[in-house]
Design a protein around this ligand. Structure first.
Ligand code: SAM
Length: 196
């Protein structure tokens, strides 16, 4: 089931592995994860959160998932996988983590930033506008992008989040439409650091 899904969404291994190695990530939350358990190959402690029936069903068989990860994981610590079958905008009973993963699942960074450590990393795309909201959020600093070949680029970032004719970013429209904007220069994934 996971293999079918991984094939559908494209291989995320290189994306997560690059970010984990660069920022020494030990713990993460993945709100709106569906069944994308790829982060657990690289991060010992991940909490997945999704209120979709199919995801809840998938994570019921935790033992099979953990055995599968045990065989494939890149670290020596035991895997610590937690699933919460709830709305991620509701309070989460968890300790602060090193990384938030936000992929095609709404305003994840905004809803869950309280569970990110100061200096922790938000990895997000702009499909639903989560990156645009983080860019305009004083709690976050825009520190990098992930290139198409999964390298992390932390300089020459000035031209991202710039609209044609230098139009201002209209956050109300991002929030209403739940859609990122058509910037002059875009990346598949963006990196933000929580600064306060
Ligand atoms: C398009 S899928 C993306 C799944 C996965 N992140 C990926 O990239 O393959 C969006 C997922 O987010 C979940 N989701 C959206 N809003 C949510 C919320 N408020 N609370 C919990 N899960 C949510 C949906 O149930 C769905 O499984």
């Amino acid at each position: 089931l996971y293999q079918d899904y991984a094939q559908k969404i494209g291989n995320r291994k290189a994306l997560y592995e690059g970010v984990v190695n660069k920022y020494k990530i030990q713990s993460a939350i993945y709100p709106g994860s569906h069944i994308d358990i790829t982060p657990s190959f690289f991060i010992p402690k991940v909490t997945y959160i999704d209120n979709f029936k199919g995801a809840i069903q998938f994570f019921k068989d935790k033992e099979t998932i953990e055995n599968f990860i045990e065989i494939n994981k890149a670290y020596s610590n035991p895997v610590e996988l937690t699933f919460k079958g709830q709305d991620y905008t509701e309070p989460l009973d968890i300790e602060a983590v090193d990384l938030i993963i936000s992929q095609y699942a709404g305003f994840v960074g905004q809803a869950t930033k309280d569970y990110l450590k100061v200096n922790g990393i938000l990895l997000c795309n702009d499909s639903h506008g989560d990156a645009s909201l983080a860019k305009m959020d004083e709690d976050f600093e825009f520190i990098g992008i992930v290139t198409n070949d999964y390298a992390i680029q932390t300089s020459n970032l000035e031209d991202y989040f710039k609209l044609p004719k230098n139009r201002e970013i209209d956050l109300t429209s991002v929030k209403d439409k739940m859609k990122g904007l058509k910037y002059k220069l875009v990346a598949e994934n963006y990196l933000f650091r929580k600064v306060k």
